[in-house]
Design a protein around this ligand. Structure first.
Ligand code: TXA
Ligand code: MG
Length: 366
């Protein structure tokens, strides 16, 4: 767009509610937004997971604007979003049988695949790597925008680097107003946590970031799936994640967050004690609990994240609740923990990152 560094920070960010428009007007908007992407502009848009901050994935200068707007480290690569399988050809020439099976099963949807990149994909989009991350999102606004742009759209989550991913257009506005050209408002996102990332460059597919699509769901389609060894560590020591972004503190609310682990009643008791102590010392404290335990807490800013009977609801509410605690300006947050092998594991992965791995063991404390 030829804008200088200074000007970029004082852009006027337009918010366009696409779903409110009539069919014809909507087409006009997509045509205009597609052109804006081809011209190097930044357009935030909803996907079924979280909002993305989009730019032309094939244009190094456009990708560079994403890093600048988010304050993102330049070694953290971007995901290229496509709307049709044929767009994959310009991104990679090596698609294994297993990768095809995964695409057949889960695209469009919350699955990102890592391939060897073609020379056409700029290193500015892949953070200097020879591989490229690709995803076909399952959201009508995202798909219409990519089709109108006629190029793959590089899109990280549309938050300032380190902040919780946005699940509503106003979250994007809070973080990025004045830094990006347009926000396409398509309402709340459905899933609420980011896509599962699977590296399909080797013989055995490997999960680099857990998400809505679980290891079990993947294994039903392609047999054995490995886990990046980094996911089994406490993000300490020398084990580096294969997805560079997993190394950064992330998804963090402004107040420190501690996750309390253990048997349910012990967790409620410990959180209650900690909250009482903090309140006595003059602090405003937040609690993230579940529908199952909500009535057992009586003090502090108490928010139920959903029911353990339906982990989808917990994933859906997680980032919104982390952001709500910023608004009520608590100085400490305690959360119950989640786990298991399915979606609970992906929720726990995000919570632990938001907490900077601050874990309190309720069993030891009793
Ligand atoms: O659901 C999602 O995936 C959302 C929506 C907008 O599609 N996007 C998203 O993007 O979460 P972002 O940038 O917040 O996270 C992308 C992750 C980072 O951890 C990055 O390091 C990793 O993907 N990644 C991207 N390209 C990679 C590559 N070539 N090899 C390994 N990891 C890669
Ligand atoms: Mg992100």
């Amino acid at each position: 767009m030829g804008l200088g560094k200074k000007e970029r920070k004082s852009l006027i960010t337009r918010v366009v509610n696409v779903s409110e428009q009539s069919g014809e007007k909507r087409m006009e908007i997509y045509t205009e937004m597609g052109q804006l992407i081809r011209d190097g502009g930044l357009v935030a848009f909803p996907t079924e997971t979280v909002y993305g901050l989009g730019a032309n994935a094939m244009d190094e200068t456009a990708s560079a604007r994403i890093y600048e707007a988010k304050g993102r480290p330049s070694d953290n690569p971007l995901i290229a979003h496509i709307a049709d399988r044929c767009q994959l050809d310009m991104l990679t020439e090596t698609v294994s049988e297993k990768a095809k099976r995964l695409m057949d099963a889960f695209w469009p949807g919350p699955l990102t695949l890592i391939f060897q990149k073609t020379t056409q994909v700029p290193y500015g989009t892949t953070g200097g790597l020879d591989t490229v991350a690709v995803r076909m999102p399952n959201h009508p606004v995202a798909l219409a925008l990519i089709r109108a742009a006629k190029v793959p759209i590089a899109a990280p989550s549309a938050n300032l680097s380190g902040r919780p991913s946005p699940v509503q257009a106003d979250h994007v506005y809070t973080d990025l107003a004045g830094r990006i050209d347009v926000i396409l408002d398509g309402g709340e996102t459905d899933i609420g946590i980011e896509s599962t990332i699977v590296d399909v460059t080797g013989e055995c597919p490997m999960i680099l970031r857990p998400g809505y699509i679980t290891r079990q769901m993947l294994e039903e389609v392609v047999g054995e799936v490995a886990l990046d060894p980094f996911l089994l560590t406490k993000a300490e020591g020398n084990v580096r994640p294969k997805a560079p972004g997993m190394a950064y503190r992330h998804y963090a609310p402004k107040a420190p967050l501690a996750v309390v682990q253990g048997e349910q009643q012990a967790v409620v008791d410990i959180i209650t004690q900690l909250v009482q102590k903090d309140i006595a010392s003059g602090k405003k404290v937040g609690i993230i609990c579940t529908d199952e335990t909500r009535m057992q807490y009586h003090e502090g800013e108490i928010k139920s994240i959903g029911t353990r009977m339906k982990e989808e609801s917990i994933a859906h509410n997680l980032y919104r609740i982390l952001r709500e605690f910023d608004e009520v300006e608590v100085s400490q947050i305690y959360s119950e923990s989640f786990g298991g092998t399915g979606l609970g594991n992906s929720i726990m992965n995000r919570l632990l990152k938001a907490a900077g791995h601050e874990v309190i063991d309720a069993t030891c404390k009793k």
